[in-house]
Design a protein around this ligand. Structure first.
Ligand code: AMP
Ligand code: ZN
Length: 137
């Protein structure tokens, strides 16, 4: 298997590392959306959410949260932070090793998710909630 993030986690490929622990690693994104944009990955390979060990997922989020705090408290101007994870091609995933984007934000930085909100009725929301609820395992 040829996985760039496994190569980075195994120190066989270059990365600008921010954090390294047993379960998790964080390094700078090579094509940052904003200055300071970085990725948090589980060191153990998982292609997507379906095969991600929930303990690894929890560790990824905890490190993302910690780095978000560091960004807000550190010298780089950070007025907000977006956490973003793409799971699957349709969601925009391009590297198939789970990763959490940590994106420092400042007003007017030009970054944003495109989306057009709709206005479903409560009945429609309840129906959708029921469908999803019945799929929970
Ligand atoms: P996604 O679309 O969520 O799969 O995002 C993949 C991200 O990985 C992109 O933002 C890329 O710029 C980033 N990326 C790809 N290769 C590397 C690499 N070798 N080192 C750091 N970031 C990378
Ligand atoms: Zn991998």
């Amino acid at each position: 298997m040829n996985c760039i993030f496994c190569e980075i986690a195994g120190r066989r490929s270059d990365a600008s590392i921010v954090y390294e622990g047993d379960r998790v690693m964080a390094f700078m994104d090579i094509r940052p959306w904003t200055s300071g944009h970085l990725l948090v990955v589980p060191t153990r390979h998982a292609t997507g959410l379906a095969d991600l060990d929930p303990a690894d997922g929890a560790a990824v989020f905890a490190v993302g949260q910690r780095i978000a705090t560091a960004l807000r408290n550190g010298p780089m101007r950070t007025e907000g932070v977006n956490l973003f994870l793409a799971d699957g091609v349709a969601a925009g995933q391009e590297v198939f090793h789970v990763h959490l984007h940590v994106v420092p934000r400042t007003a007017g930085d030009g970054f944003g998710l495109r989306g057009v909100p709709s206005s479903p009725s409560r009945i429609a929301l309840d129906q959708t909630a029921g469908v999803i609820r019945s799929s929970l395992t």
